[in-house]
Ligand binder design. Structure first.
Ligand code: SF4
Length: 257
């Protein structure tokens, strides 16, 4: 089931040459897989509402800029490393798993694998302050990749790390600060889960998504999934969720229900 957006607007009047650049980065597809790893980790209610209302969803090009920047950086690093002997780049993987009476196929792409030290790397383009916070979704994603990689390559599960590229890093702020990141490129090791923990987590995510597809309004997004700010604003619902007009949870709250 695809959840790709079919209708686009250009309300911010982004010039055509830049629009073409944005469009050229829309190359990733999960193929015939049931879920990409990104989808598996996404809020089940959001994914289900996207699939069910696919024909009626519109997204503005300006909402694609963060993804465009991230994808462009990935592509540049990939191009610079793809012929090197010490690594594999953009390794696409597909693994099937039994979930009840169904066989579910999951796809994912590892950004970089260092052959000599058996280490997976995922690149993240993020804000400087974000790096100080725990990101459970990074640990979840990389552990699923570790498991998939071990299945596809028939090897032990590798270690994993994030290399975060801090797009708004400020040199002056980094001076004499104990909390601000000291470098615009930070390496974060990922805690290894056991195979049992990874499979259990995957099965829980599949079950949630399958339930959401059957009845999306019965599943609720959590405060974390809704990006609740310290000021009490659900930032994702308000500004970044292109299915909010189909969402009972959001509309109900707006109407004071
Ligand atoms: S509007 Fe908010 S609660 Fe509704 S699907 Fe989107 S993120 Fe979830």
């Amino acid at each position: 089931m695809e959840d790709r957006i079919t209708h686009r607007t250009n309300n911010k009047m982004i010039p055509l040459d830049v629009l073409r650049g944005i469009q050229s980065t829309w190359t990733h597809s999960k193929g015939d897989a049931d879920y990409s790893v990104t989808e598996l980790l996404s809020p089940p209610k959001v994914r289900a509402l996207k699939i069910i209302n696919k024909e009626d969803i519109t997204e503005d090009y300006s909402d694609s800029i963060a993804t465009f920047i991230g994808t462009s950086i990935h592509k540049t690093i990939e191009d610079a490393n793809k012929d090197k002997d010490d690594c594999l780049t953009e390794e696409r993987m597909e693994v099937s798993i039994k979930a009840g009476d169904k066989t579910i196929t999951i796809s994912g792409t590892v950004d970089h694998y260092h052959t000599s030290n058996h280490l997976l790397t995922d690149y993240k383009t993020t804000g400087a302050y974000g790096i100080n916070y725990e990101k459970p979704e990074w640990t979840q994603q990389l552990n699923i990749y570790r498991w998939m990689f071990s299945k596809v390559k028939e090897k032990e599960m590798p270690d994993a790390q994030i290399i975060a590229i801090l797009k708004d890093w400020s040199k002056p702020r980094s001076i004499n600060s104990n909390t601000y990141p000291p470098s615009p490129v930070m390496v974060k090791p990922i805690a290894n889960w056991s195979e049992e923990e990874i499979i259990k987590f995957i099965m829980e995510r599949i079950a949630l998504h399958e339930k959401a597809i059957e009845n999306p309004q019965e599943i609720l997004c959590s405060d974390e999934e809704r990006w609740l700010s310290p000021k009490g604003v659900y930032n994702r619902c308000e500004h970044y969720c292109n299915v909010n007009k189909f969402c009972d949870q959001y509309i109900g709250e707006k109407n004071g229900e």
